[in-house]
Design a protein around this ligand. Structure first.
Ligand SMILES: NC(=O)c1ccc[n+]([C@@H]2O[C@H](COP(=O)([O-])OP(=O)(O)OC[C@H]3O[C@@H](n4cnc5c(N)ncnc54)[C@H](OP(=O)(O)O)[C@@H]3O)[C@@H](O)[C@H]2O)c1
Length: 282
């Protein structure tokens, strides 16, 4: 039995390096998926206001045998609520929906530089309030580009604990990762297996055969060895279990390098470009 490492954030708090993502899990399926994940040993759940399933995440944690303090929960501010007053209200709703008086990590989901007069700094300053009053143990950002991180560094007090960005072998996003690292910001890699798109790649298949693991395990292990935090999503019990079993083997340096070399630059993105993404859910 191997355990999930805890990484230390720049504010001194710790975060399990492997978690469970619940994007695109229907609210009705969320509690059972999270319950399975907790039974397998996951202690970190990544949700968001936009996913519409914070309530069910909270229910699953409360109905488990675990204490609230045993599970690291992240949520994220929805795109329609960047104005400070809206952000405060939305955060209160997150706590109510989770049924908890705090969240372990709260993120600005998208920078939306083309909306709100490009003013994500005032939104960030509201997250700083949540950190100060203890209702968010840690605060961070998601989908921030290097120049967005630089603006926060210049115009605000608290350095984000994490930047949650798209990263997988077809889009290694190394420039943004390195930029965060220089500022003491850990990278969380979203869509870590590119929603399945990298699993048939011949290089991934060849390494998986060599090390005797599944292709998903190999890709998740690659992330972990690069030092990033990951939270693969699945509603399939066997996959939820297999995705957790990545701490009892290691990839050789040349295997890590071969996976990194699959990078396709901007063409490898599967999700939207944060510089132009401006979606506001109804
Ligand atoms: N901050 C952001 O903007 C942002 C954006 C996207 C995602 N995220 C976060 O990152 C998490 C993960 O990203 P994601 O959900 O986009 O994609 P992902 O975890 O890369 O992939 C999920 C997909 O892969 C399948 N899958 C999972 N494990 C597998 C395995 N072992 N073998 C084969 N297929 C497997 C799942 O199918 P089944 O479920 O059918 O098993 C699902 O279709 C999200 O849940 C969310 O928490 C954040």
């Amino acid at each position: 039995m191997t355990s999930v490492p805890n990484l230390t954030l720049n504010d001194g708090n710790t975060i399990p390096q492997l978690g469970f993502g619940v994007f695109q899990i229907e609210p009705n399926d969320t509690a059972s998926a999270v319950t399975q994940a907790l039974e397998i040993g996951y202690r970190h759940i990544d949700t968001a206001q936009m996913y519409g399933n914070e309530k069910q995440v909270g229910e699953a944690v409360r109905s488990s045998v675990l204490d609230r303090g045993d599970v690291f929960i992240t949520s994220k501010l929805n795109n329609g609520f960047h104005r400070p007053e809206d952000a405060r209200k939305a955060f209160e709703q997150t706590l109510a929906d989770l049924g908890s008086d705090y969240v372990d990590l709260f993120l600005i989901h998208w920078p939306l530089p083309t909306l709100y007069d490009g003013d994500f700094v005032s939104t960030w300053q509201v997250l700083e309030e949540f950190k100060k009053d203890g209702r968010a143990r840690s605060v961070g950002v998601s989908n921030f580009q290097p120049d967005h991180l630089d603006r926060l560094a210049k115009e605000s007090e608290v350095t984000p604990a994490v930047n949650q960005i798209e990263v997988h072998p077809y889009f290694t996003n190394d420039h943004t990762r390195a930029h965060g690292q220089e500022q003491g910001i850990l990278t969380e890699a979203w869509s870590p297996i590119a929603q399945g798109a990298v699993l048939d790649d011949p290089t991934v298949v060849e390494i998986a055969e060599r090390v005797g693991r599944t292709t998903a395990q190999v890709v998740l292990r690659w992330h972990v060895q690069r030092g990033d935090i990951v939270f693969p999503k699945s509603v399939t019990p066997d996959r939820i279990k297999a995705n957790f079993e990545i701490f009892d083997f290691a990839l050789a340096d040349d295997e890590v390098a071969a996976l990194s070399a699959l990078d396709r630059g901007e063409g490898g993105r599967r999700g939207p470009n944060p510089d132009t993404f401006d979606y506001i859910p109804e």
